[in-house]
Design a protein around this ligand. Structure first.
Ligand SMILES: [Zn+2]
Length: 236
């Protein structure tokens, strides 16, 4: 049997999803249509494994988004600058989250000087500059995947600096306490970890909490308690 066309499948999946969401909450889509008031701006990688709203367990309307290859933040990129200016200055959001990820193809490619081709080498030039700045540290990491993950972290730290130098971001940090966070998404575990390179480190507990303590997801009638790699349903 021939495999179903992936876009046809996506459309039918969308149809089922919209019907399910409407059944769950008939006001969900009409309310969304009235406007948006997200509190988070997410700047992440275009990688298909990093869909911000899904991996955060959030919903349409929760996250304003900009994604590009290897989540590069350059001060002269008008695309990123427009997204930052609109979301910080106009919406206005409360948290800017710059998130890299493990197994990033962009970070992996930037580890070597082999040409990727076309415009891609130009796009990855900032990552290669960061690689050269931290050559000693990166070269000491034997495992290639771990080296790419460290480069992804360094790229996030550099991007956070660029964001915190943006005049609109600076103004919002000063006048209304806008927070800027640098994070890394670990694809193999599904966890987002705060790297502590932004405006505060109070969110750095997330990783420890998810490994050792209970994580509680509350529903209307019951709650799911995740602990030690297993989940238990408790009726309230
Ligand atoms: Zn990536």
């Amino acid at each position: 049997m021939a495999e179903e066309d992936s876009f046809l499948y996506a459309l039918s999946s969308n149809n089922a999803w919209a019907a399910y969401k409407s059944h769950q909450n008939p006001k969900f889509f009409p309310k969304l249509a009235e406007g948006q008031a997200p509190e988070i701006l997410w700047i992440g990688c275009s990688d298909s494994r990093c869909p911000e709203t899904t991996l955060l367990g959030l919903q349409p309307g929760d996250v304003f988004t900009h994604r590009n290859i290897a989540n590069v933040v350059s001060p002269t990129d008008i695309n990123t600058a427009a997204v930052v200016e609109y979301s910080v200055g106009h919406l206005p959001i409360k948290h800017v989250v710059l998130c890299g990820h493990t197994s990033c193809g962009g970070a992996m490619a930037a580890l070597s000087d082999n040409r990727v081709g076309g415009v891609l080498d130009c796009w990855l030039a900032p990552l290669r500059a960061i690689r050269d700045q931290h050559a000693d540290e990166l070269n000491a990491i034997q495992d290639t995947k771990a080296r790419a993950a460290r480069l992804a972290e360094l790229n996030v730290a550099a991007g956070v600096k660029v964001l915190m130098a943006n005049p609109v971001v600076r103004e919002a940090m000063r006048t209304r306490g806008l927070e800027v966070h640098g994070c890394l998404f670990d694809i193999a575990s599904g966890r987002v970890r705060d790297l502590g390179v932004g405006t505060g480190s109070k969110y750095m507990m997330n990783g420890a909490q998810s490994q050792g303590e209970e994580v509680v997801v509350r529903g209307q009638h019951a709650q799911l308690v995740f602990s030690g790699g297993s989940a238990v349903m408790k009726v309230r």
